[in-house]
Design a protein around this ligand. Sequence first.
Ligand code: COA
Length: 388
Amino acid sequence: MIARASGGPAVWYRDAVTEKGLADVVAAETAVSDIDGKLGKLWYAGYDIHDLAQYSTFEETCFLIHHRRLPTRDELDDLAEVLVAERELDRWLSDLMPTLSEVTSPMSMLRTGVSASSAYDPDGWDQSAEANRRKAIRLIARFPTMIATYHRYRSGEEPIEPNPKLPHAANFLYMLTGEEPDEEAARAFDICLILHADHTMNASTFAARVVASTLADIHSAVTAAIAALKGPLHGGANEAVMKMLEEIGELDRVEAHIADRLGRKEKIMGFGHRVYKTEDPRATHLRRLSRELGQRAGDTRWYDLSERIEKVVMERKGLYPNVDFYAASVYRYLGIPTDLMTCVFAASRVSGWTAHVREQLADNRLIRPESDYIGPRNQEYVPIEERS
Ligand code: COA
């Protein structure tokens, strides 16, 4: 932590504390979302996530986190209309998709796709607040199309055109699976998108804000955010959870599997959180959705396995599940392939990233922290011939 010496010359001194991983360090002021880790509470612009999961839609949540207030009916209709109108990929990105589907992993496709889509954005390099608002909506609208197009190509199938009659969540599932989801599946997925939309200063949002603070463009900031989300300690955890569920396979293998992993000092994916010291409120909804979708499908295997793992991890480590744990089985029940799960997370979180980028730009200062130098000092330069 750095502090300025009071009075006297402008000398800055270092107070010896450096929080590894910047834990507890406040990196920005935000009105987008807030967490109380002790109480297990999450709010978007002051609205409790439980209320939003119950009453809101992804479209309305997008409006909320971008405007920090709920929309009127007309405002919501307008946004929904623009999100529908902006779903199609530009020609260049469409042409790139067959290649991306052959040579890149899903998250690399998304990272490359967002970066590439900056080239033909209708607002070009205009970085005005209005242009950034339009770019943000365009990005939110196009993530599902990118993911679904990629998936169709790699499955040897033609991409499915977006259906303008379907809302965001239902259209996403439709383009991905080729089938219009029923009301229950569409609503479950809509809730998933609401739950993942924002989460204060998580690693990917921080990455987005750092890039935005340099006054680089919004596509660059979102590209950086995708790169940060890719890792298994962040968004990649949901895929890792699904792989673990598949590996365990049977209820009677849970105990031994978890014991083995912990014995090898491995982390159990989908558990623990930097901020929550109690149940992650998003996990509460995802657990319920996993149970309901499993019961509806007449196949509660993934839910049952998850529930048992949760119990064992709590008994052995006292850790609660985070957002990624039950998201894995929910996505499986919705027909989302395991390796697309992190992309689905991104398709929701792009709403939060873009809200944070716009908030950063509205009152910008370059984010440039200090570091604690721990290497040797006053080294003498030795010519290369004289080095041993
Ligand atoms: N499985 C087993 N042990 C875990 C754990 C997990 N998932 N999460 C935390 N722990 C343990 C650590 O081993 C450590 O124990 P120790 O003090 O005995 O060494 C302690 O809890 C603190 O963990 P740490 O990794 O330092 O916490 P963090 O705040 O840096 O990390 C996470 C938070 C989310 C990165 C971490 O919990 C994790 O890696 N979880 C699994 C990945 C995941 O689900 N990520 C999605 C997050 S939404």
